[in-house]
Unconditional design. Structure first.
Length: 454
């Protein structure tokens, strides 16, 4: 097992389990939590974290877990990276909040300049900061419609863009995200995703039968679908979208909320295909766990609206901005390249595992540390997730029957080796059992949460 000489683990290996999983304190806390929190929160499994360092998480019972979920791909620099913590402390000691929506906050503009500088968008750029991915998705819908004076937006089947009303209207990864909430935002179409052949839908269906190209404000796309299953498009698909948008004056929005911030081995996933969007959305890993979303756009688009058209009380909070600046330093200082190298290590080992268990593992896909493993059934994906958890490895389902591995970009070769060994053990256990693992997960109350988790 991985040796982790750290303040958290000391010389203990990681993972290191000292109780049954979940432990007694964790079970007690779940009972307490269920008395007070919204039942809408889809918990994947009963981990109750209290401390974290790097890829190590300690739960309320003192168990150490190896974290390959990273807070749903949020903790890009690991838990409590010293540089990020130092930046947060320094900023918090000077100024915690001052609304950039109404006043001139220095670190807000500095963060905007830094993000504009790394965004693959042609020409001058400007930036709007919010609190989350869903918020900047909402901002992008507003901006595209306002700037183009067109009513319609196209998203994709399998997409996940958030759960606020506009964002969930674009989302089409699972029907339950819409169930009971209609009517949703009007003027949204959903296209098939991922194959070059799918691009014919725009001319043959959308423009011919539903809405003229001249009324389409924007196409919003995840360069690699996240919650939809870590689905990688065919080469030529994103390039075709760019050409389509250029032909018809449509704004191309790249939702890089999960795929960006170095996760795929490049700063932004669109760079794997050389595509340059008009608007790029970031959140999750860009501030190492602090709440920050960014809408980076061609300056001509953002300059189409004026004062009061959009804003946020907390968006671009000084402490979150400080964390983002430290995060970008770390990404540029080697973490993005480490994501590429460690991703190559993972894909080699997972391909070998697929060859050993071809009836169970049906696909291994992704780029860098955005890794999706598809199983033959949804139940088997749930069982592998649970079998990893009880062995001390945190992974998370996505799509209909896939499990994602999205560790912090600080992951070491040894940590990757340990995770892949445990994942292989979990998959082998599922391949050899007849429902026992699913029964154990159900008995712990995890199946409903697992099935719903994102």
């Amino acid at each position: 097992m991985t040796q982790a000489p750290s303040r958290l683990a000391g010389t203990r290996p990681v993972p290191h389990l000292v109780t049954e999983i979940p432990g007694p304190k964790a079970r007690a806390h779940v009972t307490y939590d269920e008395q007070w929190t919204s039942p809408s929160l889809p918990r994947a499994y009963p981990i109750v974290p209290v401390r974290g360092e790097g890829l190590t998480v300690e739960d309320i019972d003192g168990n150490l877990f190896l974290d390959f979920a990273a807070g749903i791909a949020v903790n890009s620099t690991g838990h409590s990276h010293p540089q990020v913590v130092a930046a947060i402390k320094e900023q918090a000691a000077e100024l915690i909040h001052f609304s950039a929506s109404d006043f001139y906050l220095p670190i807000y503009a500095e963060t905007c300049e830094r993000l504009a500088g790394i965004a693959p968008i042609d020409g001058p750029k400007r930036v709007y900061l919010g609190n989350s991915g869903a918020e900047v998705v909402e901002a992008a819908i507003k901006l595209a419609r306002y700037a183009t004076h067109r009513p319609y937006v196209v998203a994709f089947l399998g997409a996940f863009h958030g759960r606020t009303y506009g964002a969930v209207s674009l989302t089409a990864s699972k029907a339950k995200y819409h169930a009971g909430f209609g009517p949703l935002l009007p003027g949204v179409f959903h296209a098939p995703y991922g194959r070059v052949e799918d691009l014919r839908w725009f001319d043959e269906v959308l423009f011919d039968k539903l809405a003229p190209a001249s009324e389409i404000a924007a196409i919003i796309v995840e360069p690699i679908q996240g919650e939809g299953g870590y689905v990688v498009p065919e080469d030529g698909f994103l390039e075709g979208l760019r050409a389509l948008c250029d032909k018809h004056g449509i704004v191309l929005i790249a939702d890089e909320i999960q795929s960006g911030a170095g996760r795929t081995g490049k700063t932004w996933a669109v760079e794997h295909w050389g595509v340059r969007p008009d608007i790029l959305l970031s959140a999750k890993g860009i501030a190492s766990g602090m709440p920050l979303g960014a809408m980076i756009a061609r300056a001509s688009l953002l300059e189409a609206w004026g004062a009061g058209a959009h804003g946020s009380t907390y968006g671009g909070n000084p402490v979150a901005c400080a964390a983002a600046l430290a995060t970008v330093d770390l990404l540029e200082g080697g973490l993005t390249e480490n994501a590429r190298v460690r991703g190559e290590q993972a894909f080699v080992e997972l391909a070998a595992l697929q060859a050993r268990l071809p009836g169970l593992l049906t696909d291994v896909r992704g780029k860098g540390l955005m890794i999706g493993v598809e199983f033959d059934t949804a139940e088997h994906a749930e069982e592998v997730q649970w079998a990893c958890f009880v062995r001390g490895l945190l992974v998370l389902e996505c799509g209909r029957r896939s499990v994602r591995m999205s560790p912090a970009l600080t992951v070491s070769e040894a940590e990757m080796t340990t995770a892949l060994r445990i994942f292989g053990e979990a998959a082998s256990a599922v391949a050899g059992e007849h429902g026992e693992i699913l029964d154990a997960a159900a008995a712990a109350g995890a199946i409903t949460g697992v099935e719903a988790a994102i």
